[in-house]
Write a protein that binds this ligand. Structure first.
Ligand code: ATP
Ligand code: MG
Length: 396
């Protein structure tokens, strides 16, 4: 049915609440939609104060829909048909665009925002319904129709729509500055990245790899996850940090029970350095209170102590089941559960401390020149651009 429609109508939703930022938001949303749909050369996007219209000009609406559904800042969207504000034209358009050969129940809901239009809504409803009943086997059902035909009459044009799809919600990526997300190969951090982007924050990712203790498979898995979430902002830069030397130094110089805490402190120092280099304003992780030894409040305090960058933990109070549900929704779960080792898992101590003391962290760190190792990690990080994966048919 959708193939008959000539454009997509986009509603902003949450945007409307933000009075003075509104213009910025709409501009960013427009840019983001343009970027997300750049592989559809015929599209034309028109931006208005309260709506946006994407004219399809022959592009496949279903493929465009898939891309649009991931753009934050859109509350809902519909396939629509734009016609002249004239009763005959409206009726004709409805008859042409609806799949009348099938058998369905329907309801017509017309709204006149142009009060000069000579026909009142009720009457227009009846006229359209009568035409449909005459030309098909369709039946009216005002309570639970299969198809709800919405007709909006404006002065300049009339819009006809039959379905409303939920948008991705949130704010357009880019209106909220930039953050560095620590992306492991696990379930949690891709979800944290998604939630961060949803708030309008553009992200770059940092991944700590410890070759040869971590494999090429583990690295590929992280890049795959990054590609899966990149659709929410168009593309994504991943910084892969060679972490082996620093990790080995920690194990040589500290009590084993402090290894994870110290490793995390080093991660934060490196992330802060990379954030400064890349003009990012915050660090974001997939930590959740109490989930593992290194995620107690005591641990978080010891980890935060090395940086004054804001630490954002979008999952901090979420249950694992809620996080898993979200990871399934955004499509990262199946990749996250692939069994490749992470730099944290290979060096996991038998009894990690759940209540690390900062004075002990400092004492261990005094034993070796971690600053130059941290600097080396920052300098030697490899930056890789990832993009949303094209569907297979596009590869040929
Ligand atoms: P995840 O599922 O995201 O791996 P987790 O529950 O396994 O999280 P940890 O392994 O303790 O928890 O990691 C906590 C957070 O630290 C991760 O969510 C991630 O943000 C960061 N992190 C852990 N390991 C790495 C890594 N190798 N590279 C980048 N970030 C990491
Ligand atoms: Mg992990």
């Amino acid at each position: 049915m959708a193939y008959q429609f000539d454009h997509i109508l986009i509603r902003y939703g949450e945007l409307s609440l933000k009075g003075k930022n509104r213009n910025n938001f709409i501009k960013q949303l427009y840019e983001n939609i343009k970027k997300a749909t750049k592989s559809f050369p015929n599209l034309e996007i028109e931006r208005q104060h309260d709506r946006m219209y994407i004219y399809l000009h022959g592009e496949d609406p279903i493929k465009v829909k898939e891309v649009i559904a991931k753009v934050f800042g859109i509350s809902s969207f519909s396939f629509a048909l734009k016609v002249e504000s004239d009763a005959d034209k409206i009726i004709e358009a409805c008859l042409e665009s609806l799949p009348l050969e099938s058998s369905k129940t329907f309801k017509v809901a017309a709204r006149r925002s142009d009060k000069n239009f000579p026909i009142i809504s009720d009457q227009l409803n009846r006229m359209v319904a009568t035409a449909i009943l005459k030309n098909s086997e369709w039946k009216v059902d005002v309570h639970h129709p299969d198809v709800k035909i919405v007709i909006e009459v404006h002065a300049d044009a009339t819009y006809i729509m039959t379905d409303r799809y939920p948008g991705a919600g949130g704010y357009p990526v880019g209106v909220g500055g930039k953050a560095m997300v620590l992306l492991s190969g696990g379930i949690d951090s891709p979800v944290a990245a998604y939630l961060m982007m949803k708030r309008g924050v553009r992200i770059e990712c940092i991944h700590f790899a410890s070759p040869p203790y971590t494999s090429q498979n583990a690295r590929d898995k992280v890049l795959e996850l990054a590609s899966q979430i990149s659709g929410y902002q168009g593309d994504l830069l991943v910084h892969i940090v060679p972490f082996t030397n620093l990790q080995l130094a920690i194990y040589q110089n500290a009590d084993e029970s402090y290894a994870i805490t110290l490793m995390r402190r080093m991660m934060m120092r490196i992330a802060s350095g990379l954030a400064k280099k890349r003009n990012a304003l915050a660090i974001c992780t997939g930590e959740s209170v109490g989930q593992v030894a290194s995620q107690t409040l005591e641990s978080m305090q010891a980890i935060n102590e090395v940086t004054n960058m804001p630490m954002i933990r979008p999952l901090v109070c979420m249950d694992k089941v809620e996080i898993i549900d979200l990871s399934k929704k955004i499509g990262t779960y199946d990749t996250s559960i692939l069994p490749y080792e992470d730099c944290c898992t290979i060096f996991t101590p038998k009894n990690p401390t759940t209540k690390p003391r900062i004075d002990r962290c400092l004492r261990y760190e005094d034993r070796f020149d971690y600053e130059s190792l941290v600097q080396e990690c920052i300098d030697q990080a490899e930056s890789v651009w990832v993009h949303p994966q094209k569907e297979e048919e596009d590869l040929f």
